[in-house]
Design a binder for this molecule. Sequence first.
Ligand SMILES: O=C(O)C(=O)C[C@]1(C(=O)O)C=C[C@@H](O)C=C1
Length: 301
Amino acid sequence: MISDEPKTLHIAHLGPLGTYAEAVAINYTNFLKEKAEVKTQLCPYPSIAETLYAVDSKETDLAVIPVENSIEGSVRVTMDTLWQLDDLQINLALVMPICHALVSNAKSLETIEKVYSHPQALAQCQKWLNAFLPNAQLIPTKSTTEALGILDQESTTATISSKRAAQIYNLPILASSINDSPENYTRFWIISRVDVDVPDIYPHSSVAKSTHTSLAFSLPANIPGALVKPLEVFSQLGINLSRIESRPTKRSLGEYLFFIDLEADDSQSEIQLALTELSKHTEILKVFGSYNVLQISKSSN
Ligand SMILES: O=C(O)C(=O)C[C@]1(C(=O)O)C=C[C@@H](O)C=C1
Protein backbone atom coordinates (compact mmCIF):
# COMPACT_ATOMS: atom_id res chain seq x y z
CA MET A 1 0.00 0.00 0.00
CA ILE A 2 1.32 3.46 -0.86
CA SER A 3 1.19 5.82 2.12
CA ASP A 4 -0.01 9.44 1.76
CA GLU A 5 2.09 10.38 4.78
CA PRO A 6 4.65 13.05 3.78
CA LYS A 7 8.23 11.81 3.99
CA THR A 8 10.20 12.97 7.03
CA LEU A 9 13.38 14.82 6.07
CA HIS A 10 16.30 14.01 8.36
CA ILE A 11 18.58 17.00 8.90
CA ALA A 12 22.12 16.53 10.27
CA HIS A 13 23.69 19.34 12.28
CA LEU A 14 26.55 19.86 14.71
CA GLY A 15 25.50 18.85 18.23
CA PRO A 16 25.01 18.42 21.08
CA LEU A 17 21.83 20.38 21.85
CA GLY A 18 22.09 24.19 21.75
CA THR A 19 24.67 24.80 18.99
CA TYR A 20 24.30 27.66 16.52
CA ALA A 21 24.05 25.02 13.76
CA GLU A 22 21.05 23.55 15.57
CA ALA A 23 19.45 27.02 15.81
CA VAL A 24 19.87 27.37 12.04
CA ALA A 25 18.41 23.88 11.50
CA ILE A 26 15.37 24.87 13.62
CA ASN A 27 14.89 28.03 11.53
CA TYR A 28 15.17 26.05 8.31
CA THR A 29 12.69 23.46 9.64
CA ASN A 30 10.23 26.27 10.36
CA PHE A 31 10.61 27.57 6.78
CA LEU A 32 9.99 24.06 5.46
CA LYS A 33 6.91 23.54 7.65
CA GLU A 34 5.46 26.92 6.77
CA LYS A 35 6.22 27.00 3.03
CA ALA A 36 6.31 23.37 1.97
CA GLU A 37 4.39 21.48 4.72
CA VAL A 38 7.26 19.06 5.21
CA LYS A 39 8.02 17.01 8.34
CA THR A 40 11.59 17.08 9.62
CA GLN A 41 13.74 15.39 12.22
CA LEU A 42 16.90 17.01 13.52
CA CYS A 43 19.91 14.69 13.90
CA PRO A 44 22.87 15.98 15.99
CA TYR A 45 26.40 14.77 15.11
CA PRO A 46 29.59 15.29 17.17
CA SER A 47 31.56 17.14 14.47
CA ILE A 48 31.03 19.26 11.35
CA ALA A 49 32.73 16.64 9.16
CA GLU A 50 30.41 13.94 10.51
CA THR A 51 27.31 15.97 9.54
CA LEU A 52 28.56 15.99 5.94
CA TYR A 53 29.45 12.27 6.03
CA ALA A 54 25.90 11.58 7.28
CA VAL A 55 24.42 13.12 4.11
CA ASP A 56 27.00 11.48 1.90
CA SER A 57 26.28 8.00 3.35
CA LYS A 58 22.46 8.55 3.10
CA GLU A 59 22.01 8.46 6.90
CA THR A 60 20.31 11.84 6.55
CA ASP A 61 18.75 13.79 3.67
CA LEU A 62 20.27 17.16 4.50
CA ALA A 63 23.02 18.77 6.56
CA VAL A 64 23.36 22.26 7.99
CA ILE A 65 27.01 23.33 7.97
CA PRO A 66 28.79 26.58 8.93
CA VAL A 67 30.78 28.05 6.05
CA GLU A 68 32.12 31.48 6.89
CA ASN A 69 32.12 34.00 9.73
CA SER A 70 32.34 37.77 9.38
CA ILE A 71 35.09 38.09 12.04
CA GLU A 72 37.06 34.87 11.68
CA GLY A 73 36.62 33.89 8.03
CA SER A 74 36.14 30.43 6.57
CA VAL A 75 35.32 27.29 8.51
CA ARG A 76 38.20 25.21 7.15
CA VAL A 77 36.85 21.76 8.00
CA THR A 78 33.75 22.53 5.92
CA MET A 79 35.78 23.35 2.80
CA ASP A 80 38.16 20.42 3.26
CA THR A 81 35.34 17.89 3.76
CA LEU A 82 33.23 19.23 0.88
CA TRP A 83 36.23 18.88 -1.43
CA GLN A 84 36.70 15.21 -0.40
CA LEU A 85 33.08 14.23 -1.09
CA ASP A 86 31.30 13.97 -4.44
CA ASP A 87 27.67 14.42 -5.43
CA LEU A 88 26.76 16.98 -2.78
CA GLN A 89 24.97 20.24 -3.56
CA ILE A 90 24.12 23.49 -1.80
CA ASN A 91 20.37 24.19 -1.61
CA LEU A 92 20.26 27.38 0.41
CA ALA A 93 22.48 29.75 2.42
CA LEU A 94 21.28 31.06 5.77
CA VAL A 95 23.04 33.95 7.50
CA MET A 96 22.78 33.87 11.29
CA PRO A 97 23.70 36.71 13.70
CA ILE A 98 26.06 35.26 16.32
CA CYS A 99 26.03 36.68 19.84
CA HIS A 100 28.30 34.83 22.26
CA ALA A 101 27.94 34.67 26.04
CA LEU A 102 30.35 33.52 28.75
CA VAL A 103 28.53 30.71 30.54
CA SER A 104 29.77 29.60 33.97
CA ASN A 105 28.84 28.78 37.56
CA ALA A 106 31.82 30.91 38.72
CA LYS A 107 31.02 33.72 41.17
CA SER A 108 33.13 36.22 39.22
CA LEU A 109 35.44 36.51 36.19
CA GLU A 110 38.51 36.56 38.50
CA THR A 111 38.01 32.90 39.50
CA ILE A 112 37.84 31.51 35.94
CA GLU A 113 40.83 29.34 35.01
CA LYS A 114 39.62 27.57 31.83
CA VAL A 115 37.42 28.57 28.89
CA TYR A 116 36.13 25.91 26.51
CA SER A 117 34.59 26.55 23.08
CA HIS A 118 34.67 25.85 19.37
CA PRO A 119 37.86 27.42 17.86
CA GLN A 120 35.69 29.74 15.72
CA ALA A 121 33.95 31.09 18.85
CA LEU A 122 37.25 31.46 20.79
CA ALA A 123 38.67 33.40 17.83
CA GLN A 124 35.59 35.62 17.54
CA CYS A 125 36.07 36.67 21.20
CA GLN A 126 39.91 37.02 21.25
CA LYS A 127 40.01 40.68 22.26
CA TRP A 128 37.43 40.23 25.00
CA LEU A 129 39.30 37.18 26.36
CA ASN A 130 42.62 39.08 26.32
CA ALA A 131 41.06 42.01 28.13
CA PHE A 132 38.98 40.18 30.76
CA LEU A 133 40.50 36.70 31.12
CA PRO A 134 44.16 37.17 30.09
CA ASN A 135 45.38 34.24 32.21
CA ALA A 136 42.66 31.71 31.45
CA GLN A 137 43.55 28.56 29.53
CA LEU A 138 41.59 28.46 26.23
CA ILE A 139 40.54 24.93 25.28
CA PRO A 140 39.12 24.14 21.82
CA THR A 141 36.11 21.82 21.58
CA LYS A 142 34.13 20.35 18.66
CA SER A 143 31.19 22.72 19.27
CA THR A 144 30.18 25.64 21.48
CA THR A 145 28.05 23.25 23.58
CA GLU A 146 30.31 20.18 23.93
CA ALA A 147 31.71 21.28 27.32
CA LEU A 148 28.49 22.66 28.85
CA GLY A 149 27.94 19.32 30.63
CA ILE A 150 31.03 19.72 32.83
CA LEU A 151 30.22 23.23 34.14
CA ASP A 152 28.18 21.90 37.07
CA GLN A 153 31.23 19.98 38.38
CA GLU A 154 33.81 22.73 37.72
CA SER A 155 33.16 26.16 39.22
CA THR A 156 36.36 27.67 37.79
CA THR A 157 35.46 26.73 34.21
CA ALA A 158 33.47 28.65 31.57
CA THR A 159 32.31 28.08 28.01
CA ILE A 160 31.61 30.45 25.17
CA SER A 161 28.14 29.50 23.98
CA SER A 162 24.90 31.14 22.93
CA LYS A 163 22.32 32.60 25.31
CA ARG A 164 19.91 29.97 23.95
CA ALA A 165 22.35 27.18 24.98
CA ALA A 166 22.69 28.62 28.52
CA GLN A 167 18.89 28.56 28.83
CA ILE A 168 18.60 24.97 27.52
CA TYR A 169 21.23 23.71 30.03
CA ASN A 170 19.90 25.99 32.78
CA LEU A 171 23.30 27.61 33.36
CA PRO A 172 24.16 31.19 34.40
CA ILE A 173 25.51 33.79 31.97
CA LEU A 174 28.47 35.68 33.42
CA ALA A 175 28.96 38.09 30.50
CA SER A 176 26.91 38.73 27.33
CA SER A 177 27.72 39.93 23.82
CA ILE A 178 31.41 39.14 24.21
CA ASN A 179 32.23 38.83 20.49
CA ASP A 180 34.86 41.34 19.35
CA SER A 181 32.45 43.01 16.94
CA PRO A 182 28.70 43.33 17.42
CA GLU A 183 28.39 42.75 13.65
CA ASN A 184 29.10 39.03 13.94
CA TYR A 185 27.45 36.79 11.36
CA THR A 186 28.01 33.20 10.25
CA ARG A 187 26.87 31.90 6.89
CA PHE A 188 25.57 28.33 6.85
CA TRP A 189 24.75 26.09 3.88
CA ILE A 190 21.97 23.54 3.58
CA ILE A 191 23.57 20.57 1.83
CA SER A 192 21.97 17.52 0.19
CA ARG A 193 23.05 14.79 -2.20
CA VAL A 194 22.39 15.76 -5.81
CA ASP A 195 19.82 12.96 -6.18
CA VAL A 196 17.63 14.18 -3.27
CA ASP A 197 14.56 16.25 -4.05
CA VAL A 198 14.69 19.11 -1.58
CA PRO A 199 11.34 20.90 -1.11
CA ASP A 200 11.21 24.40 -2.52
CA ILE A 201 10.70 26.96 0.21
CA TYR A 202 9.55 29.52 -2.38
CA PRO A 203 6.76 27.47 -4.03
CA HIS A 204 4.30 30.32 -4.59
CA SER A 205 6.65 33.24 -4.92
CA SER A 206 8.56 34.98 -7.62
CA VAL A 207 11.87 34.46 -5.74
CA ALA A 208 12.65 31.39 -7.81
CA LYS A 209 15.94 32.35 -9.42
CA SER A 210 19.03 31.54 -7.40
CA THR A 211 21.41 34.38 -6.60
CA HIS A 212 24.68 32.53 -5.94
CA THR A 213 26.72 29.64 -7.34
CA SER A 214 29.65 28.01 -5.51
CA LEU A 215 32.46 25.92 -6.90
CA ALA A 216 36.00 24.78 -6.17
CA PHE A 217 38.91 23.76 -8.35
CA SER A 218 42.51 22.63 -8.37
CA LEU A 219 44.99 23.86 -10.98
CA PRO A 220 46.66 21.67 -13.60
CA ALA A 221 50.15 23.07 -12.85
CA ASN A 222 51.82 25.32 -10.30
CA ILE A 223 53.17 27.80 -12.88
CA PRO A 224 53.03 31.62 -13.22
CA GLY A 225 49.60 32.76 -14.35
CA ALA A 226 47.84 29.43 -13.60
CA LEU A 227 45.20 31.16 -11.46
CA VAL A 228 44.83 34.17 -13.76
CA LYS A 229 43.26 32.08 -16.53
CA PRO A 230 40.31 30.72 -14.51
CA LEU A 231 39.72 34.17 -12.98
CA GLU A 232 39.78 35.83 -16.41
CA VAL A 233 36.91 33.56 -17.49
CA PHE A 234 34.67 35.28 -14.92
CA SER A 235 35.82 38.84 -15.62
CA GLN A 236 35.45 38.39 -19.38
CA LEU A 237 31.87 37.19 -18.94
CA GLY A 238 31.05 39.97 -16.43
CA ILE A 239 30.41 37.53 -13.55
CA ASN A 240 31.06 38.97 -10.09
CA LEU A 241 32.89 36.92 -7.44
CA SER A 242 31.61 37.34 -3.86
CA ARG A 243 34.28 35.14 -2.24
CA ILE A 244 37.59 33.50 -3.09
CA GLU A 245 39.41 31.30 -0.59
CA SER A 246 42.34 28.97 -0.92
CA ARG A 247 43.09 25.72 0.93
CA PRO A 248 46.15 23.52 0.65
CA THR A 249 45.67 20.51 -1.66
CA LYS A 250 47.49 18.43 1.01
CA ARG A 251 49.54 16.91 -1.87
CA SER A 252 52.58 19.17 -1.72
CA LEU A 253 53.62 22.41 -0.04
CA GLY A 254 52.47 25.54 -1.90
CA GLU A 255 49.75 23.78 -3.95
CA TYR A 256 46.25 25.13 -3.43
CA LEU A 257 42.55 24.50 -4.08
CA PHE A 258 40.39 27.56 -4.75
CA PHE A 259 36.82 27.98 -3.48
CA ILE A 260 34.76 30.59 -5.30
CA ASP A 261 31.27 32.01 -4.79
CA LEU A 262 29.74 33.75 -7.80
CA GLU A 263 26.87 36.19 -7.86
CA ALA A 264 24.89 34.31 -10.49
CA ASP A 265 22.60 31.35 -11.12
CA ASP A 266 24.12 28.30 -12.85
CA SER A 267 21.16 28.07 -15.25
CA GLN A 268 22.22 31.43 -16.78
CA SER A 269 23.91 31.03 -20.16
CA GLU A 270 26.99 33.06 -19.03
CA ILE A 271 27.56 30.68 -16.15
CA GLN A 272 27.16 27.62 -18.38
CA LEU A 273 29.73 29.12 -20.73
CA ALA A 274 32.01 30.05 -17.82
CA LEU A 275 31.93 26.47 -16.46
CA THR A 276 32.81 25.03 -19.87
CA GLU A 277 35.71 27.49 -20.20
CA LEU A 278 36.79 26.91 -16.61
CA SER A 279 37.08 23.15 -17.13
CA LYS A 280 39.79 23.87 -19.74
CA HIS A 281 41.96 25.75 -17.21
CA THR A 282 41.45 23.60 -14.11
CA GLU A 283 42.50 20.10 -13.05
CA ILE A 284 39.48 19.06 -10.94
CA LEU A 285 36.38 21.29 -11.00
CA LYS A 286 33.55 20.74 -8.52
CA VAL A 287 30.35 22.76 -8.88
CA PHE A 288 28.32 22.79 -5.67
CA GLY A 289 25.22 24.30 -7.30
CA SER A 290 23.12 27.47 -7.17
CA TYR A 291 21.08 28.75 -4.27
CA ASN A 292 19.44 31.73 -2.57
CA VAL A 293 20.58 33.47 0.61
CA LEU A 294 18.23 34.08 3.56
CA GLN A 295 18.89 36.22 6.63
CA ILE A 296 17.87 34.84 10.04
CA SER A 297 16.58 37.37 12.58
CA LYS A 298 18.60 38.47 15.65
CA SER A 299 16.27 36.84 18.18
CA SER A 300 17.05 33.29 16.99
CA ASN A 301 20.12 32.37 19.09
O1 LIG B 1 29.69 25.23 17.73
C1 LIG B 1 28.62 25.67 17.28
O2 LIG B 1 27.69 26.05 18.01
C2 LIG B 1 28.46 25.79 15.83
O3 LIG B 1 27.34 25.77 15.34
C3 LIG B 1 29.69 25.92 14.99
C4 LIG B 1 30.11 27.37 14.70
C5 LIG B 1 31.23 27.40 13.59
O4 LIG B 1 31.81 26.39 13.28
O5 LIG B 1 31.48 28.49 13.07
C6 LIG B 1 28.95 28.12 14.18
C7 LIG B 1 28.77 29.44 14.44
C8 LIG B 1 29.72 30.22 15.26
O6 LIG B 1 30.50 30.92 14.33
C9 LIG B 1 30.60 29.36 16.09
C10 LIG B 1 30.69 28.02 15.88
